[in-house]
Design a protein around this ligand. Structure first.
Ligand SMILES: *Cc1c(COP(=O)(O)O)cnc(C)c1O
Length: 404
């Protein structure tokens, strides 16, 4: 009998979405008429189709595979040069220097934020925000590592700052944040970078929602901060930027400056380790998808994706405006597709979920699913249709008026 990785026993069962589905199903069964009015604003996935120009790029990739002269088999594990150059150029457009060698193309940011545990050892002090995207904690739990939580609260705007009295080795940061929509300022990220440099720590920065930032004062990449190339790895993805959640393409930046000493004094480069890890366990992203991604990073592609992003942002504004109007404490909604708000009347998030379902047939995501600090909060997303979002917010306003 094999010995099993019993760390899996320590994983918190994440019943969140199954639980939500179950509650919706049983409500619709007992209330078939009301069930027809259901509006889902809990969805954490994009809904608009890929832009025409991107589809054309994908088609070109398909056609190339149909022809012996242009056919591609295994490609470079870290991505085709064209894709890597396109990503470096995309950073450059925002005034950020990212070296070609630092760019690794992958099948998504979830895989990379999870797989990065492979290049770190045991015994690190790992900081992780609460509430947070569950992947960081679960992947550390799977390899037997505990994390230290940093509390996100109303007082810190769900943007925990470094506690200089404790030492850290690894720091997970997600900005703009899922689920809270909160976004660090340059000054705040500078504090994190300074803290990391002082502690010789590495920041694992998830910028999956960078494309939602409209405020030019807010940083879209950790590398906008001086010194970050010496202390940060950045994960990003076309999932939210370009609607690639089903098409799949992510990218991770591991600067060559990230060199640390092993216990015997040998210098180890994180860039070289990640290259070794990827070439051993990963065979690269489909050529077809990389052809589509190249278009995303072109000027025409960026403009086309922006139209979709603007559609979601308009929805986010409808929700945020409603919250403001109703005097609800909320975060996000401006530089993020998420609106994170305090449940009214001191309700807990599951109680409020049921209340919304029963009174106005609007579905969101209970904050409790993202950590202890989310238990009195609720997440709505802007990935629905504009008409449904407007209708949901009209009902929300009426519901609040009746609760007061
Ligand atoms: C959606 C999301 C990602 C992207 O994951 P992919 O695997 O690229 O689809 C990464 N991080 C966070 C926090 C997300 O919400």
């Amino acid at each position: 009998m094999p010995k099993l990785n019993e760390n899996y026993l320590k994983l918190k069962q994440n019943y969140l979405f199954a639980d939500i589905r179950h509650r919706i199903d049983s409500y619709c069964e007992s209330h078939p008429e009301e069930g027809k009015r259901l509006i889902r604003l809990g969805i954490g996935d994009v809904t608009l189709p890929l832009p025409e120009a991107v589809i054309k790029g994908l088609h070109e990739g398909v056609d190339a595979q149909a022809n012996a002269a242009t056919f591609r088999g295994y490609g470079p594990e870290q991505g085709y040069d064209e894709t890597r150059h396109a990503i470096a150029a995309y950073y450059k457009k925002h005034g950020i220097d990212v070296d070609f060698e630092a760019v690794f193309v992958s099948d998504g940011a979830k895989s990379d934020t999870g797989n990065i545990t492979d290049i770190f050892g045991n015994g690190n002090v790992i900081l992780c925000p609460d509430p947070v995207y569950p992947v960081y904690v679960d992947t550390n739990t799977m390899c037997g590592r505990d994390v230290v939580y940093m509390n996100g609260t109303v007082d810190n705007g769900f943007l925990p700052m470094p506690d200089k009295s404790i030492h850290a080795d690894l720091i997970y940061i997600c900005s703009p944040n899922n689920p809270t929509g909160a976004c660090y300022t340059r000054e705040q990220l500078k504090e994190w970078v300074d803290y990391a440099l002082e502690n010789e720590a590495v920041i694992l920065f998830d910028s999956a929602y960078e494309a939602f930032i409209s405020d030019p004062e807010l940083p879209r990449s950790i590398y906008e901060i001086e010194g970050a190339r010496r202390c940060a790895i950045e994960f990003c993805s076309l999932s939210k930027t370009a609607g690639f959640t089903g098409t799949r393409l992510g990218y991770t930046i591991v600067p060559t400056e990230l060199v640390f000493k092993a216990s015997d004094g040998t210098e180890m480069s994180l860039n070289a380790m990640w290259a070794r890890r990827q070439s051993t366990k990963f065979n690269g992203v489909s050529y077809i998808v990389q052809k589509g991604a190249e278009v995303v990073f072109s000027d025409a592609g960026i403009a086309a994706c922006k139209e979709n992003l603007d559609y979601y942002k308009r929805n986010a504004k409808v929700i945020a405006d409603t919250m403001r109007e109703c005097g609800v404490t909320f975060f996000g909604g401006i530089n993020s597709p998420y609106i994170w708000f305090e449940c009214p009347c001191g309700m807990e998030s599951w109680e409020f979920f049921d209340h919304m379902l029963n009174t106005i047939q609007v579905v969101g995501t209970p904050g409790a699913g993202f950590g202890e600090n989310g238990k009195n909060f609720f997440r709505l997303t802007s990935f629905g249709s504009y008409e449904k979002t407007v209708e949901a917010m009209e009902r929300f306003r009426d519901m609040l008026a009746r609760m007061k």
